[in-house]
Design a protein around this ligand. Structure first.
Ligand code: FAD
Ligand code: DHB
Length: 393
């Protein structure tokens, strides 16, 4: 079956869904093609921290109601090292806060809003292919959930299909430049039915490795431990996880860990990755399709949001008055914020984790840096202004 739209979007993660929502508000038609089922996308546990700019855009575009009811406003975080916690006060240092609200909740809100507005999301697609991105009429071909062959002719394609998607490889290898760092450790994350360990997030540097305590609600904790790059979840029993978390949170004023049933457990490899350019012909990459940050700075989803904000504004300008200035500047505009955010995520990762190849000297330097960051107003402010989010492009 053949159909057409203005912007064909590959992927219904935060990037694809928010882009479709923003385009709709600008009177631009889009279709989203997603390989997964709706329930899978809505239950995928990932990011948890929204920058204030992300909160603002969701609120301004009619998606704030449940977020404000269920999300948890956080005015600071703790950095824990040498067995003690020191607070970074975002309100005082940067005049902003962050919102703890699960990515899957944002995704649910976006899907509900798109469907209520008559939006077209093709869940459960297979054999997805994008063609003709250097021609005047690119298209997306796929089989729909019933196995029927579909072809959507588009003016433009938005590649919002994440790190393992099909869009980035459409850019010829002599054009595409990849900048990458793979870290020698991963994050083991659990979702547990247990009250938050602390009212605010605690990022811990410990000789046994990094630990992070976060939450999803007053009864659900989200907890992470640095583990070895090759670890398998099967090696991490619940008991081993809780014991290791307690060990890494040890010292003075030990946070209160209350064990509860583990609802989900997974391992995430850590990498920094940027693909340039983010545009090729009529293909525009956004979010994880173009870049990955290690999760220590809580930036991945927020970067996806800032990309599509720029892209939606550029499409609006194109369709409203025929100007391609925004589309032509898209890659360069986004990459400036991407690299600043890469720097912050790399810095947080470097300061807080144990690197197997590093020496005791390096470990002491980390402690010196953490002491500096939590005692110098200027240094604390640098962390705070990055964590709450640099200005949107
Ligand atoms: P994705 O969410 O990956 O969405 C891509 C979509 O495309 C998926 O639905 C996928 O099924 C679909 N797709 C793939 N291939 C195809 C295809 N061929 N055809 C059609 N569809 C396809 N970020 C933060 O901002 N804050 C945090 O606190 C944070 N913590 C994190 C913790 C963990 C453990 C992890 C794993 C990530 C975290 N992130 C965080 C990162 C964040 O989750 C990602 O950056 C975010 O999901 C990017 O959104 P996206 O829409 O670009 O990509
Ligand atoms: C969460 C994830 C992060 O990567 C982070 O830096 C802070 C919080 C979370 O899932 O809650």
């Amino acid at each position: 079956m053949k159909s057409s739209t203005q912007v064909g979007i590959v992927g219904a993660g935060p990037a694809g869904l928010l882009l479709s929502h923003l385009l709709h508000r600008a009177g631009i038609d889009s279709v989203i093609v997603e390989v997964r089922e709706r329930a899978y996308v809505e239950q995928r546990i990932r990011a948890g921290v929204l920058e204030q700019g992300t909160v603002d855009i969701l609120e301004e575009t009619g998606l704030g109601e449940r977020m404000h009811r269920q999300g948890l406003l956080h005015h600071g975080i703790f950095l824990r090292f040498g067995g003690r916690s020191r607070r970074i006060d975002f309100n005082e240092l940067a005049g902003k806060s962050v919102m703890v609200y699960g990515q899957h909740e944002v995704v649910k809100d976006l899907i509900a809003a798109r469907l209520a507005a008559g939006g077209d999301i093709r869940f459960g697609a297979s054999e997805v292919e994008v063609e003709g991105v250097t021609t005047a009429r690119p298209s997306i071909r796929f089989r729909d959930a019933d196995g029927v062959a579909q072809e959507i002719a588009c003016d433009y394609i938005a590649g919002c299909d994440g790190f393992h998607g099909i869009c980035r490889p459409l850019i010829p290898s002599d054009v595409l430049r990849i900048y990458e760092r793979v870290y020698p450790f991963s994050w083991l994350g659990i979702l547990a039915e247990s009250p938050p360990v602390s009212e605010e997030l605690i990022y811990t540097n410990h000789e046994r490795g990094f630990a992070l305590v976060s939450m999803r609600s007053p009864t659900i904790s989200r907890l992470y431990l640095q583990c070895s790059a090759g670890d398998d979840v099967a090696e991490w029993s619940d008991e081993r996880f809780w014991n290791e978390l307690r060990a890494r949170l040890g010292g003075e004023d030990v946070p209160d860990v209350v064990e509860g049933p583990v609802l989900q457990k997974g391992i995430t490899p850590m990498r920094s990755f940027v693909a340039e350019p983010m545009r090729w012909g009529s293909l525009f990459l956004a979010g994880d399709a173009a870049h990955i940050v290690p999760p220590t700075g809580a930036k991945g989803m927020n970067l996806a949001v800032s990309d599509v904000r720029v892209l939606a504004a550029a499409f609006a300008e194109h369709y409203a008055n025929g100007s391609d200035a925004g589309l032509d500047a898209y890659s360069e505009t986004c990459l400036r914020r991407v690299w600043k955010t890469q720097r912050f995520s790399w810095w947080m990762t470097s300061m807080l984790h144990r690197f197997p190849e590093r020496s005791e000297f390096d470990a002491r330097l980390q402690l010196g840096e953490l002491d500096y960051v939590t005692s110098s107003h200027a240094a604390a402010q640098t962390l705070a202004e990055n964590y709450v989010g640099l200005p949107m492009n």
